[in-house]
Structure formats: structure tokens, C-alpha cells
Design a protein around this ligand. Sequence first.
Ligand code: SF4
Ligand code: SF4
Length: 85
Amino acid sequence: MAYRIVAKCTACGICINRCANGAVYVTPADGYTIDPNRCTECIDLPRRQCYMICPVGAIQPDPDHRETSAQLWAKLRLRHAALNW
Ligand code: SF4
Ligand code: SF4
């Protein structure tokens, strides 16, 4: 499943550049947010980069966006194709 940012986020900002998929963003209205359409759970990496770096545990699995490994890999391939990697 995708990850999400919960209310205890302190807006420290250190997670925003950790996501290679550009899934973490910030807006004045919603604060720090993860786009579930871009989050691949870092399936190609040993650890979830944003989850690992957050000092207050504000990044957690999102039960509303459950996906299989096959779906996450497919999302990653689409992302790489879009970026022409
Ligand atoms: S889990 Fe990985 S892919 Fe998902 S938002 Fe965090 S760094 Fe990005
Ligand atoms: S690292 Fe954690 S506390 Fe800092 S902006 Fe990201 S979610 Fe919020």
C-alpha cells in the first residue's frame, strides 16, 4: 500500500527530497502529503526512504491504498517510462 503523512507531522521538510518518485509534496492547505498514485512503497529499495527519515513517525502505511507487489512494480515501470529513464 502507499504511504501517507499523518497529523503529527511537524513540517520539518526533510522527507520531501527523499522520494525518487516525487510522491511527497507540500501545499499551504494540506501541508506535507504523499500522492498515492506516485508512491511505490520504495519497492525497488531495501527500505522506505521517507518512512526511514521522518523523525516523528508521521509517515505510515495507508490502508486506503492497498496494492500488490505486482501493482507496485507496474507503477514504478510506468513512472520510469514517463521520466524516460
Ligand atoms: S514510500 Fe518511497 S515511494 Fe512512497 S512516498 Fe515514501 S519515499 Fe516515495
Ligand atoms: S519528515 Fe516527517 S515530520 Fe518532517 S515533513 Fe516529513 S512527514 Fe512531516
